[in-house]
Design a protein around this ligand. Structure first.
Ligand SMILES: Cc1cc2nc3c(=O)[nH]c(=O)nc-3n(C[C@H](O)[C@H](O)[C@H](O)COP(=O)(O)OP(=O)(O)OC[C@H]3O[C@@H](n4cnc5c(N)ncnc54)[C@H](O)[C@@H]3O)c2cc1C
Length: 467
């Protein structure tokens, strides 16, 4: 028997979470595995690998028909494009280690990638950009580089997890930070257009301080790496190394806890384990019923409030090298509804002919209100802006990292001002047999390495019997 309590706010501290377990009778049902892991992204798969290595039985349960989650490669027969995570930083020790252990080949980035042309205020900027609304000395700085240039002037954190106790002046919105540095509303509008987040006002500068710190840490450690044949090959190899195959096509609908065990319900059956490890992004967890326990307040606030960058991509194949027929570069940065177009290059640095339209944040609504026509509209709009592309691009796929996607809800999380200080430290604390891992719970890293770092911490806690 399980107790069906809906998620409730509680003011009782997390330290007492084990005391919050209701007086349910333990189920007589046999355990399906020592540990049930929710999600077959990097985090879930690495948790499972580490636990199996230590003799635990593990079942990984995945909603999609494929493994990899936000590591998502689209195969097009004559090549592939990346829909998700791609760049492996030189400091990603765990990702690099697992790839080496499993014989997954990587290759190093060559050069700085294809050149970019900028379209601003209804005109192409040929040569270097000139943006009169930017204050000096930023008038010739591309809008996508301004925040990093400003950041280089400010002191960051004194330790890698310093963001957990941020100085108040580091945890302000990017909009406030730009205002402090003399950027007008018009200037901010340009920077906001293709920001790697939702918008300037909901984006804490903490995020950028972290990224900046990580860049500095990995300086001199080597080149950024990519997985040969596509990023998804790494989680596929991780899944193939497990003793028990991943249960794909099993969307989890409920996590129910009882004294000393947990049950995960899917549309195709239930699975009981002595431990449950949930690696789902919080927007996906938002859709799941949590029963048999009171959700502690920091976790409730995080599940409901953590922001995930909304991204839409249109993958396209070029029929010809049309970018050689006008004065523009292969990649584009625009302040229009198209936002950015990335020309992909292969491992030798030459252009592959695949291109990705990439729209971030509030701009996705313009395209995603009608997903059936989004790809065609994007290609047509691009032809208006860049006539040389007219008739030269075949749309291949629309990638949806938005709230429409029930198993992701966005591409990656970002802190809004004040959130990290409020619940950054506590949102991942275990609740009885339920533990959490995933990109959003990395303390020392971000992205893929954060997914692996949090998995390692969670697996070690189970192995060492920590509560
Ligand atoms: C467009 C894009 C570009 C990126 N670029 C980079 C980059 O260059 N470098 C970098 O380091 N990081 C990058 N990232 C981030 C990186 O891909 C992620 O941080 C990492 O892959 C997250 O791994 P995870 O295991 O924490 O989560 P996920 O990969 O999201 O895994 C969670 C899994 O849970 C599953 N799931 C969700 N709901 C349910 C449910 N109800 N039932 C069962 N299963 C469910 C999902 O399908 C998914 O497989 C990028 C991400 C995106 C989207």
């Amino acid at each position: 028997m399980t107790c069906d309590l809906t998620r409730r706010h509680t003011l009782i501290g997390l330290a007492a979470s084990s005391l919050l377990m209701p007086a349910c009778q333990p189920s007589s049902r046999k355990l399906d595995a020592d540990v049930i892991v929710l999600g077959a992204g990097l985090s879930g798969l690495y948790t499972a690998m580490l636990l199996e290595d230590s003799g635990f039985t593990v079942r990984v349960i995945e909603a999609l028909p494929r493994v990899g989650g936000r590591m998502f490669t689209l195969d097009h027969g004559d090549g592939y494009t990346e829909g998700g995570g791609q760049q492996i930083g030189a400091s990603y020790a765990r990702v690099l280690d697992v790839a080496a252990e499993l014989g997954v080949p990587l290759y190093a980035e060559t050069g700085r990638g294809p050149a970019t042309s900028h379209y601003l205020n209804d005109a192409w900027q040929l040569g270097s950009v000139d943006i009169p609304v930017f204050p000096e000395p930023f008038r010739n700085t591309p809008p996508g580089s301004v925040l990093f240039r400003l950041l280089a002037r400010t002191p960051g954190f004194d330790r890698p997890d310093g963001w957990l106790d941020p100085a108040p002046e580091l945890d302000i919105s990017a909009a406030q930070f730009l205002t402090q540095n003399g950027f007008s509303q018009a200037a901010q509008g340009l920077i906001d257009r293709a920001l790697n987040a939702n918008d300037l006002s909901s984006y804490s500068m903490l995020n950028l301080h972290r990224t900046w710190q990580l860049y500095q840490q990995s300086a001199g450690m080597g080149a950024t790496q990519y997985v040969e044949g596509g990023s998804q090959r790494l989680p596929e190899a991780m899944a193939a190394s497990l003793n028990q195959p991943v249960l794909t096509d099993h969307p989890v609908t409920e996590i129910a806890l009882e004294a000393g065990r947990g049950t995960v319900r899917t549309s195709r059956g239930s699975f009981t384990g002595a431990h449950i490890v949930c690696t789902l992004p919080f927007p996906a967890l938002r859709r799941i019923r949590l029963s048999g326990f009171d959700t502690p307040l920091p976790l409730t606030e995080a599940i409901d409030g953590l922001a995930y960058t909304q991204i839409m991509q249109v993958h396209m194949r070029a029929k010809t090298d049309y970018w050689t027929t006008d004065d523009l570069a292969p990649s584009l940065w625009t302040d229009t509804d198209l936002e950015r177009v990335f020309a992909d290059s292969g491992r030798d640095g030459s252009l592959s002919g695949f291109q990705r339209g990439w729209v971030n944040g509030t701009g996705v609504a313009h395209w995603m209100h009608d997903t059936a026509s989004a790809q065609q509209r994007y290609v047509q709009r691009l032809a208006e802006l860049r006539p040389a592309s007219q008739g030269q691009l075949d749309p291949l796929a629309l990638i949806d990292w938005t709230t429409n996607n029930p198993f992701a809800g966005g591409a990656y999380y970002h802190w809004q001002p004040g959130q990290a200080a409020r619940f950054g430290r506590d949102m991942g604390r275990p609740i009885g047999p339920l533990r959490f891992a995933g990109e959003h719970l990395g303390l020392l890293h971000t992205g893929m390495e954060a997914a692996m770092e949090s998995a390692e911490r969670t697996a070690l806690d189970i192995i060492e019997g920590n509560t």
